[in-house]
Design a binder for this molecule. Structure first.
Ligand SMILES: Nc1ncnc2c1ncn2[C@@H]1O[C@H](COP(=O)(O)OP(=O)(O)OP(=O)(O)O)[C@@H](O)[C@H]1O
Ligand SMILES: O=c1[nH]c(=O)c2[nH+]cn([C@@H]3O[C@H](COP(=O)(O)O)[C@@H](O)[C@H]3O)c2[nH]1
Ligand SMILES: NC(=O)CC[C@H](N)C(=O)O
Ligand SMILES: [Mg+2]
Length: 511
């Protein structure tokens, strides 16, 4: 087994893969393994350090997750994060209890003690908390090295054992020096070198596709978004005309989307096959209001369409998708016991009867890394910088029953939002922006007449990987323009609201 400088044990946190991503950003290769991985398999990777991830369980609960405790006797440096910290505290004789006040979101980290793991990061830095339990007492031999307003033990360490633990999540974007803290652990505590880069990743994926596919054909599901566009480009580099690019008009697209996607791919000399399956999707979704049921129907219908299309060509055994890690972690438990947040159509929505073998070269990485890879592969900027658009499209942005009149109403609102953001330069400054049709009607007054019409929510977020996000602080005059234009230009909408929820605790999409 190849040398893996850092092995990450996954206890089911939504953020576990981001740990690996942040280490990659620092040029350090790591692998994520289930928390139950055997000591033999861990040591076969000759690691220089271990990281114990966060997780949804409580260490004091009977159904909590515990690794082979031998990991604490290997003499390897260990960093525990949140649940991982609580495991360390419990293992070495400290105590963990439910916190009287849960702590979700930003906190200020105050150093108690100069420590190499904080090297070149400022005291008072912002960190991201997401926990409902806390360390009540620390084990003997450990010392408190940092606190926060709600966490008397925000960071602890037993430097004689090279064991460190953070109550906060250094891996998430909103921990402003988190990447540096992880790099300090890898570099100064574990002695790792910075040798990993994106160029090596692209070559590794092309070789993997060639090996997996051989001389068979691959149906490449293309949405026009950056993820599947990067996959299509990687596949064309790897296996040329064995790729069959298919774009499905599922009736859930934004205004003009189909034309835009076909134009972009035609301009790149890619002969895209467009399948109009809008009737099929809308008839299957009629009357369905539960978000997870919608997602399952959409995921299954996509595969039915791909299956029918594949039968028109000989030797198609594979389905390529632009599945990212974010799609995966929120849909299924990857390696640890993570909770399903929502079944992304291209992961949790795949039917059992599907015969295709999946080709998903981006499954371990995140949106911003995909963009970096797209630049490496020479994709145009308008493709790279496109905001993410979910496969289920407007089906998860019309609350409740999805029907054509509501879809058309939402399309008119959405195109106005995007027009204002493009014309004010805020499209490029934000990660994702869209409108949601709420199944809420309210009273309005227009031209001295009473109205009783629909409400649209505007959702604009800042993020880097979609795992955490904050609402975008757009100038009020721009929000006012968006509201005024939607209400004046779209019959049937008399109210516009702005979503000011971060992720967590909300998700980016409403369904
Ligand atoms: N309309 C579509 N036609 C064909 N494949 C699709 C379509 N929508 C989604 N997919 C497949 O599902 C995967 C995940 O969907 P998603 O909406 O995330 O698109 P994407 O290509 O990942 O782009 P982005 O996330 O940047 O909008 C895509 O990568 C693609 O393989
Ligand atoms: O391809 C996709 N299929 C899906 O089913 C799906 N659901 C959410 N998203 C996108 O994922 C990111 C995180 O969204 P959430 O915070 O709502 O989970 C955001 O960018 C969402 O737009 C999806 N993408
Ligand atoms: N993010 C985490 O690891 C949370 C740990 C534990 N479930 C708590 O709520 O405190
Ligand atoms: Mg995507």
């Amino acid at each position: 087994m190849k040398h893996v400088p850092i092995v990450v044990l996954d206890f089911g946190s939504q953020y576990t893969q981001i740990i690996a991503r942040k280490l990659r950003e620092s040029g350090v290769y790591s692998e994520i393994v289930p928390y139950s991985e055997s000591i033999e398999d861990i040591m076969a990777r000759t690691p220089k350090g271990l990281i114990l991830s966060g997780g949804p369980a409580s260490v004091y609960a009977t159904d909590s997750y515990h690794p082979d405790s031998t990991i604490f006797d290997l003499g390897l440096p260990i960093l525990g994060i949140c649940y991982g910290m609580q495991l360390i505290a419990q293992h070495f004789g400290g105590s963990v209890v439910p916190a009287s006040s849960h702590e979700y979101g930003k906190a200020k980290l105050e150093f108690i003690d100069e420590n190499e793991i904080f090297k070149d990061t400022p005291n008072g830095q912002t960190v991201w908390m997401s926990h409902g339990d806390r360390v009540e007492s620390i084990p003997s031999g450990f010392e408190k090295i940092a606190i926060s307003e709600n966490s008397p033990f925000a960071a602890i360490a037993d430097t004689s054992k090279n064991i460190y633990a953070f109550q906060f999540h250094p891996e998430v974007y909103h921990s402003e020096y988190g990447t540096k803290l992880l790099k300090n652990f890898a570099k100064y505590i574990c002695g790792c070198e910075s040798t990993w880069n994106m160029g090596s990743f692209a070559k590794e994926q092309i070789d993997r596709v060639k090996k997996q596919v051989g001389n068979k054909k691959v149906l490449c599901a293309v949405s026009g978004g950056v993820d599947s566009s990067v996959v299509a480009t990687l596949l064309f580099e790897a296996i040329g005309n064995q790729v069959i690019p298919v774009f499905v008009d599922n009736g859930l697209l934004r205004a003009n989307e189909r034309d835009q996607v076909e134009t972009i791919f035609r301009s790149r000399g890619i002969d895209l096959i467009t399948v109009d399956a809008s009737e099929k999707f809308l008839s299957k979704l009629a009357g369905i209001t539960d978000p997870e049921t919608k997602r399952k129907i959409i995921g299954e219908t996509f595969i039915e369409v791909f299956d029918t299309e594949a039968k028109k060509h000989s030797g198609v055994e594979f389905l390529a998708q632009g599945t990212l890690y974010t799609d995966v972690i929120e849909s299924v438990s990857v390696k640890g016991p993570s909770k399903t947040i929502k079944s992304h159509h291209n992961v949790g929505g795949l039917p059992d009867w599907m015969k295709f073998e999946l080709v998903e070269p981006l499954r371990e990485i995140f949106k911003d890394e995909v963009r970096e890879l797209g630049l490496e592969l020479g994709l145009p900027r308008n493709m790279i910088n496109r905001h993410p658009f979910p496969g289920p499209g407007l089906a998860i942005r019309v609350m409740g029953d999805v029907n054509k009149p509501d879809l058309d109403l939402l399309r008119k609102a959405d195109i106005i939002l995007l027009d204002v953001l493009h014309s004010t330069g805020y499209y490029e400054k934000t990660w994702q922006a869209f409108t949601v049709l709420l199944n809420v009607k309210s009273v309005g007054v227009m031209g001295d007449n009473r109205t009783y019409d629909n409400t649209v929510c505007v959702r604009i977020v800042d993020a880097t990987d979609g795992m955490t996000a904050t609402f975008a602080h757009i100038p009020h005059e721009i929000l006012e323009t968006i509201s005024r234009r939607i209400i004046n230009e779209v019959d049937g909408i008399n109210r516009v609201v702005y979503d000011i929820s971060s992720k967590p605790p909300a998700t980016i999409e409403w369904e």
